[in-house]
Write a protein that binds this ligand. Structure first.
Ligand code: ZN
Ligand code: ZN
Length: 181
C-alpha cells in the first residue's frame, strides 16, 4: 500500500488523480492519509527544508509491513553537498525504505488553464513515480523517457513522461510481488 501524506494544502482532485496513477504504475493500492505539519526541526536558516531530516522527523503515519509513505510539499528542499556541489532537490527517498518526499517547488507553475493544470499534474505524477521507484530499489535510468531518469538531468524533456521504462517496470513488479508473498 502507498500512503500519500500532504505537508501543505493540495487540490483534492490532484491527489485523487495521483493515487490512480501510482496504483497503475506499481499495482499497489494507494490512499490519501491526510495532512501533517512540516517538521520545524528540518527547517534551515534560508527557509528551505533539509530533505533527509524532513523525512526522518515528520510525524509518523500508521503503516504496516511494506507500506510506502509519500510526502508531498510545496516547500523547497535541500540536499547535503556532494563533490559537485549541492544537487537541485526535487525529491528524496529512503532507498529501498519506507518514506519519500516530493517537492512541487521546482514544477512549472500550476496556472488556471486546463493545459497548465494537466502539465503540473503530469509532473507531480512523474516525480512521485520516481520517488516511489527508489523506495522499491529502482536506480536512476539512462532512458530520458523513463520516470527514473534523474530529475535534474539536462536531457530531461520539458514535460517528461510519467511512466517507467519496461526494465524498471519489470524490476518494480518483481519487487512488489516478492514483498506481497
Ligand atoms: Zn532519483
Ligand atoms: Zn528506466
Amino acid at each position: 500500500m502507498i500512503r500519500i501524506v500532504t505537508l501543505s494544502p493540495f487540490d483534492p482532485g490532484d491527489i485523487a488523480l495521483l493515487a490512480k496513477t501510482l496504483f497503475t504504475a506499481f499495482g499497489l493500492g494507494t490512499e490519501y492519509a491526510g495532512e501533517r505539519p512540516l517538521p520545524p526541526e528540518a527547517e534551515q536558516d534560508d527557509g528551505r527544508y533539509d530533505a533527509v531530516k524532513l523525512v526522518a522527523e515528520v510525524n509518523p503515519v500508521k503503516t504496516f509491513a511494506d507500506d510506502k509513505v509519500l510526502f508531498l510539499t510545496d516547500a523547497e528542499l535541500s540536499m547535503r553537498k556532494g563533490p559537485l556541489g549541492e544537487p537541485p532537490c526535487w525529491c528524496f527517498a529512503q532507498y529501498g525504505g519506507e518514506k519519500a518526499v516530493v517537492s512541487t517547488s521546482r514544477f512549472p507553475e500550476r496556472g488556471v488553464s486546463e493545459a497548465s493544470i494537466e502539465a503540473w499534474r503530469k509532473r507531480l505524477a512523474r516525480e512521485s513515480i520516481h520517488a516511489v521507484g527508489h523506495l522499491w530499489d529502482l536506480h536512476h535510468c539512462y532512458d530520458a523517457r523513463c520516470a527514473m531518469h534523474p530529475s535534474w538531468s539536462p536531457s530531461l524533456p520539458a514535460s517528461p513522461e510519467a511512466e517507467l521504462c519496461s526494465f524498471d517496470r519489470d524490476k518494480s513488479e518483481r519487487k512488489v510481488r516478492l514483498a506481497k508473498t
